[in-house]
Design a protein around this ligand. Sequence first.
Ligand code: ADP
Ligand code: MG
Length: 145
Amino acid sequence: MRKVIETFSAQETYTLGKEIGQQAEPGQIYTLTGDLGAGKTVFTQGVAAGLGIREPVNSPTFTIVQIYEEGRIPFYHFDVYRIGDVEEMEEIGYEDYFYGGGVCLIEWADLIWELLPEHYTRITIEKDPSKGFDYRRIIIGGTGD
Ligand code: ADP
Ligand code: MG
C-alpha cells in the first residue's frame, strides 16, 4: 500500500509522524529517507511523541541506535549514515532491535538494505522547490505488504 501525503509546515510533518507513532505496533520497522533538511528529524520527533516519549529526540549522531523505553512500546531510532560495514550492525546486536517487539525507525537504511527484513514500511520525504519552501511530499509505502 502506497500513500502520498503533502505537508506545508514542519508542524504538519510532526503531526503525521505522531499519528504513525500512535498507530505503531510492536515489531514494526520504518525506514526514513530524505535529503538533509527534508524533515526526517521533525518526523521522527512526531513518531516518538505518538509513542508517548517525552524526552527530547534528536539524530543519533555518534551512536548507530538510540533507545527510548519510556513510551507505550520501545522505540529504536537508528541512523546508519556513518556505518562503515554492515558488520557494525551485527556488533550492536541489531537483531535484538529489529525483532525485539519495539518500533524501529532507520535513517539511511539503504546502506544496510541486506539486513532489512521482508516486511517494513518505507517512508520518503521529498522537497519540491516549485511548491514552496515549506512544502514536503511524504511517501509511505510498504514492502512485502
Ligand atoms: P533532516 O533531519 O531530514 O535533515 P530536519 O528535520 O532536521 O531535517 O529539518 C527540517 C527543517 O525544515 C526544519 O528546520 C523544519 O522547520 C523545516 N521545514 C519546513 N517545512 C517543513 C515541512 N513541511 N516538514 C518538515 N520540516 C519542514
Ligand atoms: Mg536529522
